[in-house]
Design a protein around this ligand. Sequence first.
Ligand SMILES: C[S@@+](CC[C@H](N)C(=O)[O-])C[C@H]1O[C@@H](n2cnc3c(N)ncnc32)[C@H](O)[C@@H]1O
Length: 324
Amino acid sequence: MNTENLSINARFAQDVDQGLSLKLKKLPSKYFYNKKGDELFVNIMHCEEYYPTDCELEILKNQSPDIIAACELPRKRVNVIELGAGDGLKTRELLKSFVQEQVETRYLPVDISANAVDGLVSKLKVEIPEVETTGKVGDYFEILNEVNATSERAKLILFLGSTIGNMTHEVAHQFVSDIAKNMQENDRLLIGFDLKKEPETVRAAYNDKTGYTRAFNLNLLERINEELGGNFDLSQFKHYPVYNPQTGTAKSYLISLCDQEVEISALNKTYAFEAWESIHTEISQKYSKSAIENLAQNCGLEVQRTFSDERAYYADVLFKKQAP
Ligand SMILES: C[S@@+](CC[C@H](N)C(=O)[O-])C[C@H]1O[C@@H](n2cnc3c(N)ncnc32)[C@H](O)[C@@H]1O
């Protein structure tokens, strides 16, 4: 590992040290997304068990004109800002609709993965040249105010793919409040929520038979090995997903299969794992209708319209600023 990487990865190193030093170990899920993680996530999205992508694609394929109408855009001009855009597969449906409806559209995809942003921007320049696309790489918690600054055009902020589910309710409320602070009367926020449903269906989505979700979780340890000089033995960790139907929280863990020590050279530290000790890697929160209403209320927003798939597994909810 070279020292240049170390400075680039200083934040990653700090977060890993903090998480692995806790009594109940955890690692932030945002670090899933390097080049390999992006590819694995795309594979997960195509898995039979992973229903959220199909549901949201169905909504955006069939209901994009209705979403655009509900935005009530003045002067047919819009700035679309997408937080955690990923490969933008589903967003393309909405962008194509904007073009069909002759709305002058600027699109700003934001993602922590440079690989995802670069890939999306070059694809869109060819596929939908009518939309003016510029990408931004960064942590949306840190650059939210900058990307969501007020502008003369109406804004549509997208937070799709159930990415809000990767936040606890507390963090989600704070994040959505921060988004709402910079929203004006004509701005809209579209959030993709995975809804509570048959628990087996939820659990299977995080435990696909092909093993992509397992590889996606283990890639976090691989990334520590590659970027921070760790020596995790991946064969000594097991991926373990659970779902609590009461709280609506799906959680993923990596569980140590034996007593072991892991050294991370960039941190000059060794971390001890007991057999069956876990690292919490991801939360995927499922929402009820009342939880969505509650989020809107607490964040100074109101639900303008809800767009659902046929099975009612998923909802893209359009919010606007609460009337003063
Ligand atoms: C669940 S995926 C959803 C991707 C896409 N929106 C979709 O619907 O397919 C989450 C995306 O958010 C990005 N992401 C996660 N945490 C982030 C953060 N803190 N700041 C910016 N992007 C983040 C990831 O790189 C990934 O592309």
